[in-house]
Design a protein around this ligand. Structure first.
Ligand code: PFF
Length: 453
């Protein structure tokens, strides 16, 4: 056993608490907002196929590795990596992996909070009946007018950041656990209701065909990278969020089974979101490639026309905000845990510092949709650049390093002991995936994008 110096690190109260929190981190805007619009932009089924393949061959093994590293280190990602590097007798530079994760988390949160702000504003719009009997054009105008106003976006971004900070301040057991306990099950129920609604639409099969029928001629190098990046993003991998959650996991819990459950639930929610959204897109002659506004321009049409749509609309956007909150707390937690454990900050001070910095960064995304919409770097707005940098580059690179560390650097006896799998064969399967399949897949996708492979 590693010599763990005494720490004040908390623990989840049960396996269920961890599952709910990690599923809460995984299920968020990535599933309901991002997955449908990037699927729409990248041509549908073939993109979804690559994404599912990435979840299976890269995401799940890396999730197991990340939880394992977190639990073994039992600290924030930066110190965990320092400790485990020492234990493995490896190069000290590995701890930069923890650093990259903390930075990626804050960068993601900066735009995540702005989009979650949109969802919050839509709770009010649903409540005041803005969607009632409105057609696709009117709904689009509502959305366009809304994002054109920096003041309104800043207002909602601020509210969301404040809510995130208020939960994180309360710590693991009081804040994070309590928040997800009721929220995750309710989200599932609501998604099932929406799927039932979509199944009755005329364009249901057209939507399903778009989502699931792979037309590989539509795949490009960049869509493969987006699919892989999204597998990391949606499972919250490659930046220490799942590592920090793993660090609160008691020793007696099976990591592999838990990871499978989380990845399964996450994938299910994304597919359900696709099943709901594309039939609405096709039945209203909308375009699947409408970009980040897709769900805000489609779902309100359904809510405006269905019986009980008023209540469904309110509930849906409330759930979306909540799903975003259970993810945003995991985006900021690595930074907060590090400031508390390493820099001696109180939890309040750590939240205020990291939250304010993220809020400020978020203004870049706010302005990308209005006053700075023409400001482009590498042909991308600030929002697109942040999204590309984090989801398509930082998370896959972080995940690649985690795979290499868990597969090649960490001593076999340590990973075997920590994972404590049911059979030797299960362990070997994971070991092959983490040492060869996952890192090679990430590597080849990168080579493919720069045109070498
Ligand atoms: N998985 C979250 C989602 O799909 O919305 C986003 C996310 C959370 C990404 C935490 C990365 C992370 F570390």
């Amino acid at each position: 056993m590693m010599n763990i110096k005494k720490s004040t690190h908390s623990e989840w109260s049960s396996r269920l608490a961890f599952i709910l929190a990690a599923t809460g981190s995984a299920v968020g805007l990535g599933n309901i907002w991002k997955f449908p619009y990037i699927t729409g932009e990248n041509g549908g089924g073939a993109f979804v196929f690559v994404y599912l393949l990435c979840v299976l061959l890269i995401g799940i093994p890396i999730m197991i590795a990340e939880v394992m590293l977190g639990r073994r280190g039992h600290r924030n990602p930066i110190e965990t990596m320092e400790l485990l590097t020492e234990e493995a007798g490896a190069d000290k530079n590995w701890h930069y992996l923890g650093w990259m994760g903390v930075i990626a988390g804050l960068l993601i949160l900066s735009y995540y909070s702005v989009i979650a702000g949109w969802a919050s504003a839509y709770v009010v719009k649903a409540f005041t009946g803005s969607f009632f009997d409105a057609n696709a054009v009117a709904i689009k105008t509502v959305f366009d007018d809304f994002v054109a106003s920096p003041v309104r976006l800043i207002f909602w971004h601020s509210i969301f950041m404040l809510a995130t900070m208020m939960i994180v301040v309360r710590g693991v057991n009081n804040g994070l656990e309590k928040a997800v306990q009721y929220l995750m099950p309710s989200l599932f129920v609501l998604m099932f209701l929406l799927v039932a609604y979509a199944m009755k639409m005329d364009s249901y099969y057209q939507g399903l065909h778009f989502l699931l029928f792979p037309d590989f001629s539509k795949l490009t190098g960049s869509s493969i990278l987006t699919a892989m990046g999204h597998a990391f993003f949606t499972l919250s991998l490659g930046m220490g969020a799942i590592m920090v959650y793993g660090s609160y996991l008691p020793k007696n819990i099976s990591i592999a089974k838990t990871a499978l459950l989380i990845a399964g639930a996450d994938t299910l929610v994304a597919l359900m979101a696709g099943i709901v959204i594309f039939p609405i897109v096709f039945s209203n002659n909308l375009h699947p490639d409408s970009g980040p506004g897709l769900i805000f321009q489609t779902l309100p049409i359904a809510f405006g026309s269905m019986t009980g749509g008023w209540l469904m609309g309110i509930l849906f956007f409330v759930m979306l905000v909540i799903a975003a909150l259970t993810s945003s707390i995991s985006l900021i937690e690595p930074a907060v845990a590090w400031l508390v454990e390493n820099r001696g900050f109180s939890r309040v001070k750590a939240c205020v510092w990291s939250g304010s910095l993220t809020w400020l960064l978020g203004l870049g995304t706010v302005f990308s949709f209005n006053v700075w919409s023409n400001v482009k770097l590498f042909d991308r707005t600030i929002f697109q650049l942040l999204d590309y940098l984090t989801a398509n580059l930082m998370l896959p690179i972080g995940g690649f390093c985690i795979a290499v560390f868990a597969g090649w650097i960490m001593k076999r006896q340590h990973s075997e002991q920590e994972l404590n799998m049911a059979t030797e064969l299960d362990y070997i399967r994971w070991k092959v995936l983490i040492s060869y399949v996952a890192p090679c897949a990430v590597f080849f996708v990168f080579l493919h994008v720069i045109g070498i492979f």
